[in-house]
Write a protein that binds this ligand. Structure first.
Ligand code: SAM
Ligand code: DTB
Ligand code: SF4
Length: 328
């Protein structure tokens, strides 16, 4: 299977992206079936362990301290509270917890030690743990990995060319560096971006090129649609047409066929049939639970209804799968 390429050109990507829509979806569905069980969707629960008050200036983000949004700032949650929430998520059917913090970067302090305890505790519940905590040094990445973090989410958000229009307090290079540290520490990479921030189609495709240049490809690629939040500079951005989202998901699936493609933020604005089309075009992961980090998301039960409508089922976590394969 030699279609894992790291040298996609913009021309090739444009040719794929601009195919007649159903041909594009068919090609993506075919690529999807080469590497994945098309009836399984990975389901993660997101939990904001430290909310708001972030010193970065990401133009889309309700948690940046400098914008006047309705987000209530909250200090780092206690380990016991987080484990309680993880247990609830597990009872609800989630096999994977993703812990998010509104930090520019991780600092070597008591809050980081708390996160490491959370990670160990959630692992003991036989759940997979992901974290998204901002930039990491090599040593911090290793500590997270040793504590049992399975995946680290760190989005590159858009193309290198457009990045400066969205964030000025860090560089694209900074983000890519953290991704290198994540890989070195043997955590899997979850990295993608946001559509609907005023970027061009070329910017979106250049972002996919950067991701597909990473060797091996990121194990997981979240495609978020901007959730416009009052008080942020991007509050009044135009809605993203469904066709754009579908083409983006399908193109990501074709250029990174082995990765998980996550239909991330922005699902509340999409109908059940639209989301079904995205699963057809190769999306095979979602965030479930009625809240993302600070903004609303569909109810868990609604998602499970949607899954049964389409004949989909939640994927087991690597933990559970390992256990089930052990001889008794
Ligand atoms: N502070 C850490 C960081 O920036 O890496 C982790 C949390 S941050 C909120 C995680 C990701 O959420 C961002 O990289 C961005 O892609 C996404 N995000 C934030 N606000 C969003 C919004 N309004 N709409 C869609 N995605 C958003
Ligand atoms: C990702 O790509 N999307 C998630 C997760 N990684 C951490 C976050 C979406 C956040 C949407 C805005 C909010 O709820 O604050
Ligand atoms: Fe801070 Fe992350 Fe939001 Fe940027 S995206 S302002 S780094 S919480």
């Amino acid at each position: 299977m030699s279609d894992l390429r790291h040298d996609w050109t913009l021309e090739e990507m444009l040719d794929i992206y601009n195919k007649p829509l159903l041909d594009l979806v068919y090609q993506a569905a075919t690529a999807h079936r080469q590497y994945h069980n098309s009836s399984e969707v990975q389901v993660s629960s997101l939990l904001s362990i430290k909310t708001g008050g972030c010193k970065e200036d990401c133009a889309y983000c309700p948690q940046a301290a400098r914008y006047n949004t309705d987000v209530d700032v909250h200090k780092t949650l206690d380990v016991d509270d987080v484990l309680q929430k993880a247990k609830q998520a597990k009872l609800g059917g989630s096999s994977r917890m993703c812990l998010g913090a509104a930090w520019r970067e991780v600092r070597d302090n008591r809050d980081f030690d708390k996160v490491l305890d959370m990670v160990r505790g959630i692992n003991e519940l036989d759940m997979e743990v992901c974290c998204t905590l901002g930039m990491l040094s090599e040593e911090q990445a290793q500590k997270l990995s040793d504590a049992g973090v399975y995946a680290y989410n760190h989005n590159i958000d858009t193309s290198e060319d457009y990045y400066g229009d969205i964030i000025s307090t860090r560089t694209y290079e900074d983000r890519l560096n953290t991704l290198k540290n994540v890989r070195k520490a043997n955590m899997t990479i979850c990295s993608g971006g946001i559509i609907g921030m005023g970027e061009s189609i070329e910017d979106r495709l250049k972002m996919l090129i950067t991701l597909s240049n990473i060797q091996p490809h990121p194990e997981s690629v979240p495609i978020n649609t901007l959730v416009p939040v009052k008080g942020t500079p991007l509050a009044d951005e135009a809605e993203v047409p469904f066709e754009d989202l579908l083409r983006m998901i399908a193109t990501a699936r074709i250029v990174m066929p082995k990765s998980m493609v996550r239909l991330s933020a922005g699902r509340l604005e999409r109908s059940r049939l639209e989301q079904g089309f995205c699963f057809m075009a190769g999306a095979n992961s979602i965030f479930a639970g009625d809240k993302l980090l600070t903004t609303p998301n569909p109810e868990f039960n609604e998602d499970m209804d949607m899954f049964s409508f389409f004949g989909l089922k939640p994927m087991e976590s690597a933990h559970v799968a390992e256990k089930n394969n052990q001889p008794v």
